[in-house]
Write a protein that binds this ligand. Sequence first.
Ligand SMILES: [Zn+2]
Length: 275
Amino acid sequence: LRQGIEQPALDNFITAAAVDTIIRKKPHLTLIHLVDMDNHRHHYGVRSQQAIDALDRLDKHVGELVAAAKEAGIYADTNFMILGDHYQLNVDKMIHLNMIFADRGWLKSTRNGRVNRHWRVIAKHADGAAYIYVRDSSLVDEVRQAIKPVKGVKTVFEHAEIAEFGADTNATFMVEAADRYFFTDETDRPNVVENVTNAMLEAGEPDRYKGTHGYHPWHNDYTTTAIFAGPDIIVDQVLDLDVDLTDEGPTMAKLLDLEFDTPVDGHVMAAIFKD
Ligand SMILES: [Zn+2]
């Protein structure tokens, strides 16, 4: 079934493997990650026809998993959770912050376009945001001055804010991209800010997108999906709940009648449960 990581073949394979496992092994917990729609949103845009077609394929896979639970005889005891880990925003411009740091002599690029390990300042991207690590503390103010005016850098978060977010406290700064922009780690490009062209996308160049994620979770219209069904779940309700991804673990634990020995992030989504 598989053709490397090509979609939709990869999700067809993942679903077939899960269906086979559910029928033959009846596991207490099955977690599967289908990435077809994420992939097509990256390549064609958030609301593209290709992404909508991928959503239809996801729906079909959910149907196959439900049918597998019925065939295994465990459907009446099975709770289903359909979760997104993020939404996406449409983009058309890249920001290559490491080019600035190379230009100032704070890092050197290697022959294959990566960063030599003896860097003093480096950006590590998560598309919509990036961490900035400054090894040489005498450079902190200069780095802040260098990144603040870059077009497409919306916010520079200071170290204290990073700790509040629960993000990597080894980072000196965290930057968030403005709408339509995203970050890369690349050092060897024509300009610090560069348009994503159709030619790049058609050539299949890595990290070239029409949509992506990694922005601050507080960004407007940037929420994701949570659908629940099963014997322990209330029926046919749309809830306007303020929940986080970190609430998913405790909620799964409650569905499995498990308790954590140590404190964890997040809370049980109590409103989804019957009585
Ligand atoms: Zn993605």
